[in-house]
Design a protein around this ligand. Structure first.
Ligand SMILES: C[S@@+](CC[C@H](N)C(=O)[O-])C[C@H]1O[C@@H](n2cnc3c(N)ncnc32)[C@H](O)[C@@H]1O
Length: 251
């Protein structure tokens, strides 16, 4: 017997809720439609159930590299509260953040990712969860390719991998190093400094740099093991665009 968390209660494979969500040959396997319904009803779905719909190579690294479901659903509540219509995930990986958040809000999501095979995986995930009309994934490198315009930008510490030992990196399909890290962190700070007033910036686990002082902190919550923060660029933010919030903000 296996169990999942749904609607604040634990459900098992004996539960009638679960009866059409698995088959004896596949084991516990809630369909994407069923998982989406649970999330939309405010239920808590375990990451393990959601991750079954990722390709195996992406599934095994999910706990380290992809946004947890409770973070994605919290972000979608904030997006809804701030009437946000478009979001770009900078470094979208296997698409978990964009797809999971799209299940619980009406925004349009664009994921930008420099690994082509992850772009493929992410498109597949959006199709499986039937959100592909609102969620798209582009192959691109932040800092080299222009970012699509959006009302909000999301990051889950995308550049940190540059500092990891080779065996802890996702794969060797892109060139990673410390100097790239420093450059991209600086480029993101500059990008945020130049973004239009009222742009939202949401970071999970930070990005290695400081958010410009022209942003005000709207929400801050710890979702173990990282800090989730939502910032908004002030209406009249043209002064000193290069000043930054100076306190340590590492996730
Ligand atoms: C920690 S994962 C987060 C994935 C996704 N945002 C999520 O939360 O599920 C960071 C991703 O950013 C990608 N990435 C890192 N640097 C990038 C860059 N400069 N341009 C595009 N993608 C990048 C990595 O390949 C990786 O897939």
């Amino acid at each position: 017997m296996d169990s999942a968390i749904c609607g604040g209660r634990s459900v098992t494979t004996d539960d009638p809720w679960y009866s059409d969500a698995w088959t004896p040959t596949e084991g516990v396997r809630a369909s994407p439609r069923r998982l989406a319904q649970w999330l939309q009803q405010g239920g808590r779905v375990s990451d393990r159930l959601f991750d079954r719909w990722l390709r195996r190579d992406s599934r095994v690294v999910s706990g380290t590299y992809w946004t947890p479901l409770d973070v994605a659903t919290r972000v979608s509540q904030w997006l809804h509260r701030h009437n946000t219509r478009s979001v770009v995930d900078i470094g979208s990986g296997a698409g978990k953040f964009c797809v999971a958040a799209a299940l619980t809000c009406d925004c349009e999501f664009t994921g930008v990712e420099h690994r082509p095979h992850l772009v493929e995986t992410a498109r597949e995930l959006a199709l499986r969860f039937d959100v592909h009309h609102r969620v798209r994934f582009l192959e691109g490198t932040f800092g080299r390719d222009p970012l699509p315009e959006a009302e909000a930008y999301y990051v889950f510490n995308p550049f940190r991998e540059n500092l990891e030992r080779t065996e802890r990196q996702l794969d060797n399909s892109v060139c990673l190093n410390e100097s790239r890290y420093a450059t991209e962190v600086q480029q993101l700070t500059t990008f945020l400094g130049g973004a239009p007033a009222r742009t939202l910036f949401i970071e999970y686990g930070g990005f290695g740099g400081h958010v410009p002082a022209s942003y005000e902190l709207l929400h801050s919550e710890r979702h173990a093991p990282c800090l989730l923060r939502c910032w908004r660029k002030a209406e009249h933010a043209q002064l000193a665009p290069n000043r930054v919030h100076s306190y340590a903000r590492r996730g």
